[in-house]
Design a protein around this ligand. Structure first.
Ligand SMILES: NC(=O)c1ccc[n+]([C@@H]2O[C@H](COP(=O)([O-])OP(=O)(O)OC[C@H]3O[C@@H](n4cnc5c(N)ncnc54)[C@H](OP(=O)(O)O)[C@@H]3O)[C@@H](O)[C@H]2O)c1
Length: 260
């Protein structure tokens, strides 16, 4: 994720020499330098010493260690700290960075790795307008970035866009299997499914029409699509999706409690 964010920032014109990256594993830094000529070091405190913005792009399990390693430097500089780790609350970060720390918690998703992510952000009261803008600008380098009104809303975001790519993969897998059952070879079924997903997504994004209207336009009365849509509705697709997303949101809240 860090490599994708840095790559996106540099591509959008941010000077590479204004970015410092730290990682305890030198080969990761070598790989990063092949993407952009940023300043690198193996010491977190050194990397953040003169930073305005610090992005913590580590796994939730090492967040405590990473936050602790920068606490003194961040307190000194007043930099805003952005966490992209799932389940790590602002309260737990504030406990390590101090009450006055400006913190932005962000929930990105995997397509960010292709510059096509959907990130939601929430900032604590200590973060200034300018620091919020910094955070939004950084996450916008890997896709769209939007603010949510409460930290709790990030659990819903996790259930929607965080886990969402997997829902679409699952749906596409089901379509491919069904296509094969209808007599297609797997390669053809896969090719047509993936392109259809892309085409539908682009139509939804590029038309100013409601999704229901787009659906109505490809559903001729008495036709094939109508039969399929009716079958989905009779089998309660809405309820299936709602239950799955509730389960994901509950798990996100549970993980935040577990991480303390
Ligand atoms: N990948 C996604 O699509 C995605 C989506 C949403 C959210 N996220 C979140 O984004 C965060 C990063 O995910 P990722 O997939 O990029 O993980 P990753 O590939 O494991 O990258 C984390 C990097 O941080 C380094 N690191 C470990 N401990 C460190 C420390 N104490 N100080 C500094 N650097 C340290 C790791 O080094 P080593 O390799 O040596 O351990 C690794 O290079 C996670 O919290 C994840 O939940 C990821």
């Amino acid at each position: 994720m860090a490599s994708s964010i840095i790559g996106g920032l540099v591509e959008s014109g941010h000077p590479a020499d204004r970015i410092s990256a730290a990682d305890p594993y030198p080969p990761s830094l070598e790989k990063l330098c092949a993407i952009a000529p940023v300043r690198v070091c193996d010491n977190n405190a050194e990397a953040v010493a003169s930073a305005d913005v610090v992005v913590l792009a580590v796994k939730p399990q090492v967040m405590a260690e990473a936050t602790g390693s920068i606490a003194a430097a961040v307190t000194m500089s007043g930099a805003v700290t952005i966490s992209i780790a799932a389940g790590v609350t602002i309260a737990s970060m504030q406990a390590r960075l101090g009450e006055g720390a400006a913190i932005v918690r962000c929930m990105p998703n995997t397509p960010a790795l292709l510059g096509c992510g959907a990130s939601a952000l929430y900032a604590n009261e200590q973060a200034s307008e300018q620091q919020r803008q910094y955070a939004e600008g950084i996450l916008s380098a890997v896709g769209i970035a939007t603010w949510v009104p409460s930290e709790q809303a990030l659990d819903a975001i996790t259930a929607l866009s965080g886990s969402g790519p997997a829902y679409f993969f699952l749906f596409m897998e089901a379509m491919i299997k069904a296509g094969v059952n209808l007599g297609l070879d797997e390669e053809t079924a896969s090719l047509m499914t993936i392109q259809t997903a892309l085409g539908a997504s682009r139509m939804a994004q590029e038309n100013n029409l409601a999704l229901a209207e787009l659906r109505r336009r490809v559903t001729s009365p008495g036709g094939t699509t109508q039969r399929a849509v009716e079958s989905f509705q009779q089998n309660n697709l809405d309820t299936i999706v709602a239950k799955a997303m509730q389960a994901a949101a509950d798990r996100a809240a549970e993980m935040a409690r577990e991480m303390g």
